[in-house]
Design a protein around this ligand. Structure first.
Ligand code: SF4
Length: 719
């Protein structure tokens, strides 16, 4: 038996695993006791990874050879890798020649490795000359990025997991950490057990498993987070709990914010948020008095049409109280996906460049062009996720390369997404699993390696870079994403005007380490400088960034000196107005629908859905409503109901749950088209609950509002 140290491919906690294998078989998995994210623990998903790996092979859900579809609607037929990549390069080159570089796009995933992300970003921005490269991380954490940059000056979570044990108050906002980040929640429980004075406050419209065990649950109305945070700041000022010296020395913009929050009295906030005044007062006192205070937050803040504002309003509280840059204190965004952070680091979004550089900054564009040895990086902004599919639906984007993600299930507004995939002249899908809803739209399906086979790095929520290592060889003809992308890029280079200044290839990589080394060089002198790291160093154990050359260890905590990543070194308060959800409920659509994760499933279930035991916790989809709503409507538990928004309708069994308030409903986001399907008003087939969500997005982060839609619930008539 062979043992291989690697990293769990699911959530952003980034637990270390030891993979047991025999020959080509992964036979077991256990937590890595030496990994500082989990110290040997694994949750249900992580501890069944070996079973899902083999189930995908035996159930034939893995994509094991390249397939080509001669025409949409026809069965895809096997094709060799060379022919597939020749065709991909030919078709992309033809579209670029006829319509220009912005007629193609790349849609990536927070589950790709940093090396994969780096190569795709360079293909788009360096070789082709388009910034149309975005990722499903746009649906997950782009509001956190924008929130950090707006206030602290850089996209860098200032705290680390170790801060849990130093905190006296933990404020969780918009995160069911117990289910979405289970091992981090175990660490929180340990910290709580060791510190009986610790207070746990949870702000969440639902009474989740996380809220259930809190000292104080604030069940705010969906989308009212900014009003709550402004109200907490109002109280912190009123009660003299702000740190005036810290504000004066290390921040700017407090006066405007003070004026902004003046009207957010406890009474006003209680009305807006649907909360008890006394609970708001209690939360403010614990936040400001029972310090250090650490805030954890995730999709409840991010997936919102005011996502950046929500992030910044929470960060305001930490700046105003000086609860940042010291042990146990700080705002700490949790990333949903295993490598959303790595994608941010290499600039794998339409508005970013390598090493946290900004596309809008001419100096940054020039630096990246020099690093890559190309004449320039285009200045025109690329299309973010929603914009990219809208542009494809409008016929502007004609060729799409999708890697490791399933937009036909995960994106909001499926009518537009599916029209986009149908209208695109050429769609490449690079995937490990053949069963996703998006596969039906692909002209070329390229088999990708996945967990247990891949080689590279990921970065978890606390800025810790871990190695991902292969335990077994790639099955069938599956190839690493970065390697297939490089082979495509080299073919494309031969067909496009020469970009490399040295006349050679822009993609001279011999393996993932050479890709990573180029990424490392791009970080020199930047806030995430990792020039002190190497694969060899990471092989001795994961490391936090920044870790510049000559530094023994990565830095656990940022801004300890009170100097922020802004031009004047001061953090910036953000004095935003409160805005309600994009689609408030009304007489026609009187119910607030929200979505979230289950404990034992991951995203669209392409991996976890292969294992029966992972359905033991929640066996089937359903729409949860308050028990009183069930009685009021005269429905039986289990009755089928149509859940209908302005964008379509799906049918689900109804369940009574006091975790949601009356006039609210909840559906887990994982269930794909074999479980949750329906139709749009124009007859487009829908898959998954996100299909009902609006494509409204935050103007700063462009993250769509996947957490709220106005719906109506009608009992299905039985024939
Ligand atoms: Fe994997 Fe997240 Fe579970 Fe850790 S907590 S084992 S990273 S799913």
């Amino acid at each position: 038996m062979r043992e291989t140290r690697s990293t769990c491919p699911y959530c952003g906690v980034g637990c270390g695993v030891i993979i047991e294998s025999q020959g080509a078989q992964i036979t077991g998995v256990r937590g890595d006791p030496e990994h500082p994210a989990n110290f040997g623990r694994l949750c249900t998903k992580g501890s069944t990874l070996h079973l899902t790996a083999s189930a995908a092979i035996t159930q034939q859900t893995r994509l094991l050879q390249p397939l080509r579809r001669a025409a949409r609607g026809q069965a895809a037929q096997p094709v060799g890798w060379d022919a597939a990549l020749d065709e991909a390069a030919e078709r992309f080159a033809a579209v670029i020649a006829q319509h220009g570089p912005d007629a193609v796009g790349f849609y990536l995933s927070g589950q790709l490795l940093t090396e994969d992300y780096y190569v795709f970003n360079k293909i788009a921005k360096g070789l082709i000359g388009t910034n149309n490269v975005d990722t499903n991380s746009r649906l997950c954490m782009s509001s956190a990025v924008a929130g950090y940059k707006a206030t602290l000056g850089a996209d860098a979570p200032p705290a680390c997991y170790d801060d849990l044990k130093h905190a006296s108050t933990i404020f969780i906002a918009g995160s069911n950490t117990a289910w979405a980040h289970p091992i981090l929640f175990r660490r929180l429980e340990d910290a709580r057990a060791a510190n009986p004075a610790m207070k746990l406050i949870v702000a969440d419209p639902r009474r989740t498993e996380t809220a259930e065990v809190a000292d104080l649950h604030l069940p705010l109305l969906p989308g009212t987070d900014v009003a709550l945070f402004h109200g907490l700041l109002h109280l912190l000022m009123w009660e003299g709990l702000t740190d005036t010296a810290y504000i004066a020395t290390h921040t700017t913009g407090f006066e405007a914010l003070r004026d902004r929050v003046r009207e957010f009295t406890p009474k006003h906030v209680a009305q807006v948020c649907g909360l008890d005044e006394s609970a708001i007062v209690q939360a403010a006192r614990w936040f400001g008095q029972n310090t250090p205070t650490l805030s954890l937050y995730c999709q409840g803040l991010n997936q919102s049409s005011s996502g950046t504002d929500k992030n910044a309003a929470l960060i305001n509280l930490h700046l105003a109280t000086g609860q940042i840059g010291k042990p146990g204190a700080g705002p700490f965004s949790l990333t949903g996906q295993p490598n959303a952070m790595g994608g941010r680091e290499v600039g794998g979004l339409a508005n970013l460049l390598s090493a946290h550089r900004d596309l809008a900054n001419p100096q940054h564009r020039a630096e990246v062009a020099a690093l890559w040895g190309v004449p320039d990086v285009p200045a025109a902004p690329g299309k973010s996720a929603v914009e990219m599919f809208q542009a494809a639906a409008d016929g502007e984007i004609k060729a799409l390369w999708i890697s490791c993600t399933n937009p036909a299930q995960s994106m909001p507004d499926q009518t537009t997404v599916r029209r986009a995939l149908e209208r695109c002249e050429f769609v490449v899908l690079q995937e490990a699993f053949a069963t996703t809803a998006t596969a039906a739209y692909a002209d070329l399906l390229l088999p990708a390696t996945t967990w247990g086979e891949k080689d590279g790095t990921v970065t978890n929520s606390e800025r810790r870079i871990s190695r991902v290592r292969p335990a077994v060889a790639a099955p069938g003809e599956a190839r690493h994403d970065w390697a297939a992308a490089v082979d495509f890029a080299r073919r494309l280079e031969a067909k496009l005007p020469r970009r490399a200044a040295n006349g050679g290839s822009l993609f001279p990589y011999a393996g993932p380490e050479s890709v990573w080394n180029e990424h490392r060089e791009s970080t020199r002198g930047r806030d995430l400088d990792i020039t002190g790291l190497s694969y060899a160093r990471l092989d001795q154990g994961p490391q936090l960034w920044p870790c510049p050359q000559g530094q023994a260890e990565g830095r656990a905590r940022l801004y300890e000196d009170g100097v922020f990543a802004t031009p004047d070194g001061r953090a910036r308060f953000a004095a935003m107005a409160y805005r309600p959800v994009a689609e408030p409920r009304d007489a026609r659509y009187p119910v607030s629908l929200t979505t979230g994760r289950l404990r034992d499933h991951w995203h669209g279930m392409s991996r976890t859905g292969t294992l029966g035991r992972l359905f033991g916790h929640v066996a089937e989809p359903g729409v949860e409503i308050h028990p009183r709503e069930l009685v009021r409507r005269g429905w039986e538990e289990g009755a089928l109901v149509h859940v209908t928004s302005r964008r379509g309708s799906v049918m689900l069994p109804v369940r009574a749950s006091d975790s949601v308030a009356p006039a609210q409903a909840f559906v887990a986001m994982h269930w794909g088209e074999e479980f949750v399907s329906g139709l749009s008003p124009s007859g487009v087939r829908l898959a998954g609950i996100n299909t009902l969500m609006p494509s409204a997005y935050c103007p700063q982060s462009k993250q769509p509002e996947l957490k709220h839609a106005a719906v109506k619930l009608l009992k299905a008539e039985m024939p």
